[in-house]
Write a protein that binds this ligand. Structure first.
Ligand SMILES: [Zn+2]
Length: 327
């Protein structure tokens, strides 16, 4: 089968790899699409050292082609969203059945990216957002926009979204933001002061993964409010104004989840929201690439051209071969 292996910075190479052999509690899944995740970009650019070659890609959706002997709740031909442990930019992955969720028939394969939805819904739940809260989302990338939509569902009364890209702020308003702030035009502290009448936010979601956001989120938040860290802070150590955060008695929520049970519960919640149409990725999956063009997919995710929110790599099955062997 074809698999895109990351050989070095900006250097995915499509190689011929052995078909994974599913274990007794696993599924073999023919990959339909794999989402490009912000957490993978530093491996591709080389800004964070990794051991090359490496096989990444975890936001997989596809079709079950083989079922392990102990698996009882999936059948061949069923479409699934998969939390893969890597090697997702490939024609096939094997995954534990308990890390998969069924995809409703009406949903397009590339719109069932459950792993990022799980992260976003777990973040909103861990933060314990209350009805009537005033909330700000700093950073309106794919994850920030997912969080925005989920916060709107949670019944907050003021939902401000801040970013420097007018296109993504426009999208945020369609997803439920009550106000948006273009931080390239107005300092965020001033905007929040103006928009809250000086009261500040009850809750601030940091979804940038950048030092600059950590510098400012304490200035946006009321005394005894909540700071929620959703962004990935990989690489260089960050500085936080702990004296301020301590003095103002902020509640800190580290919205990063590693426990598989928590992630899988988030995937179930996410699928329920997708299946009922309360969440819809059709306006968020903006860029689609073939497996051979996976480097371009990552380049787009790094440079974020106008209108960019999320890239997926769509994997067409090879013309002859594997499917017949495993169908
Ligand atoms: Zn991801």
């Amino acid at each position: 089968m074809r698999l895109a292996e990351l050989r070095g910075p900006r250097d995915f190479v499509v190689v011929d790899a052995d078909l994974p052999v599913p274990g007794r509690d696993e599924l073999l899944v023919r990959v339909g699409a794999c989402g490009v995740c912000a957490s993978e970009l530093s491996s591709w650019t080389g800004s964070r050292p990794v051991e090359y070659p490496v096989r990444i890609g975890h936001e997989v959706t596809g079709t079950v082609v083989e079922v392990g002997a102990e698996v009882t709740d999936f059948v061949v031909g069923e479409r699934v969203a998969v939390w893969a442990t890597g090697a997702g930019y490939a024609e096939y992955v094997s995954a534990r059945a308990e890390h998969c969720r069924p995809v409703p028939a009406a949903m397009a394969t590339e719109l069932a990216l459950l792993e990022p939805i799980a992260c976003a819904s777990n973040a909103v739940e861990a933060a314990d957002v209350r009805l009537g809260d005033r909330v700000i989302v700093v950073g309106a990338g794919f994850m920030g926009l997912l969080v925005t939509r989920l916060l709107a569902l949670r019944g907050v009364t003021q939902l401000i979204v801040a970013d420097s890209r007018p296109d993504t702020l426009k999208l945020a308003r369609t997803l439920g933001a009550t106000e948006t702030v273009d931080v390239s035009r107005e300092p965020l502290e001033d905007a929040v002061e103006r928009l809250t009448g000086g009261r500040g936010m009850d809750m601030t979601f940091e979804v940038t993964g950048a030092q600059s956001a950590l510098d400012v989120i304490g200035d946006l938040t009321r005394m005894s409010g909540t700071l929620v860290l959703v962004g990935f802070h990989l690489g260089e150590p960050r500085r936080i104004p702990l004296a301020q955060w301590n003095w103002l008695a902020f509640r800190l929520v580290n919205a990063h989840f590693r426990d598989p049970a928590v992630i899988m519960r988030g995937m179930s919640v996410g699928m329920a929201l997708l299946a009922t149409g309360q969440l819809d990725l059709s306006r968020l999956v903006t860029h689609r690439f073939a497996l051979e063009d996976v480097n371009e997919a990552f380049a787009a995710a790094v440079s974020k051209p106008e209108g960019f929110v999320k890239a997926v790599v769509e994997i067409e099955p090879a013309a002859v071969g594997a499917e017949e062997e495993h169908g």
